[in-house]
Write a new protein. Sequence first.
Length: 506
Amino acid sequence: MSTVSEVDNVKKPSGESGRAPESFVGPNKKLAYRSWITFSLFVAATVISSVAIFLPLKTEAIGIAAIVSMVMLIFLRLPVAVAMIVPSMAAMYSMRGPKVVETIFATVPYDEVASWTLSVLPMFILMGLFLWKSGLTESLYGAGRQWLGWLPGGLAAGTNLAGAGLGAVSGSTTGTVYALARIGVPEMLKAGYSKHLAVGAVLVASLPGQLIPPSILMVLYAGIAEVPVGKQLMAGIGPGLLVMVMFTIMIVVFAKFGKGIDPSAADPSSIVKTSWRGRFDSLVKIWPVPLIVFIITYGMFSGLFTATEAGAVAALASMVVLLIWKRKGGAWAAVSEASLGAVATVGAIFMLLVGVAILSRMMTLTGISNGFADLVADMNLGRVQFLLMMMVVYLFLGAFMDSLAMMVLTVPILIPTLAALDISMLWYGAFVVFMCELAVISPPVGILSMIVHSLVKDPKVNLGTPISLKDVFVAAGWFLPMAVIVILILIFFPEIATFLPDRGAG
């Protein structure tokens, strides 16, 4: 599910909606699975696990059956919230009868969403949609090109910088990648870049944007893990900047020393020519983005704003930007569309959080959460070994789920284990957001890689250069080693994430 529901004139791919990955969908956008055998196996697994919930089994076995049923329902294209609620309620009904079901339905929906902590969420979503409607996409890419175009691989590095800005303001990985693929890939191919560098730069461009405030995924994690939103947002700043810098360095090194990757590295006369006036002119067009990020970050760090107040100020400032940018026509229509989109998105996210709460209660009641913590304790895994194991788990889950689905499935189970291993919940928020975003681009079935492949098949994007699915996965593979290095740096130097929240007032 996308954290921002709208990308202009784009139908959301299924991977971004918390449903089955697009690789299962037929060529004519019909809901047809690749084979009836695969479909039948999913249905059979759903039926068997659902029946097992009502059998006289141990509570742990009932909980496992409910989780299997939930995963199968997600594969069968049910919304994640429904897929979590139905098996979880069935499991609790099986164990405790109808009274517990009535109590949960009467209390959980209100208790989970009527929260001051989550009141920042509508503000951030509204801010993102206002800025998106103002048309900052091309301006951000242009600014990145102006400032970094002189470097080897400068267009790719500029794409990475633009992705950080777009990801921060839109909250949508798919929306960011769609915009950058349409704009950036043709520009890089036209400049003679390797198709692998062009595609890879677009794939990883949104990774830092999901960490740097205002990050909706970080807010959602804070709601799931029940940690302060302001501190969680600040915990993403260091890792987000680290990701952006490390990938930019990698792009420059590849372009400089890789044969045929960037012709300008061998022919300096072909490097993009920019002037200081052009650079500063490009900043004039994008000033709302750094200003709003600064207001949110400084306001929370200094204690001037709570997270919700910072979100409200950012949303108001974004609306003013939209009205100014669209003053020649369509301003209030854009405000109306953004507001309606925000209401729809917030409703869907709140429904998802209700599902997470019900799932968490089911896992507590069945003993799965504590059982998993005991299992990890029995395995004698240390902090580093456990986190390396979770890296593999998230990369595997990324073959089937989007970022939000992975987060809501794993975090409630892991909370007791993280406490036992003395892993900071704030640090783990940055870790899980980055891993979930990385997982959806990773071979062999990364959902986002499939989406990018569908985009680069357009002749207007590939400019006649054939780009196969194998090329897309090779491009993702180029960047995976650096992503692993970033993760290892975060694991061994957790202060990168915890430094600011430990010292801030947020």
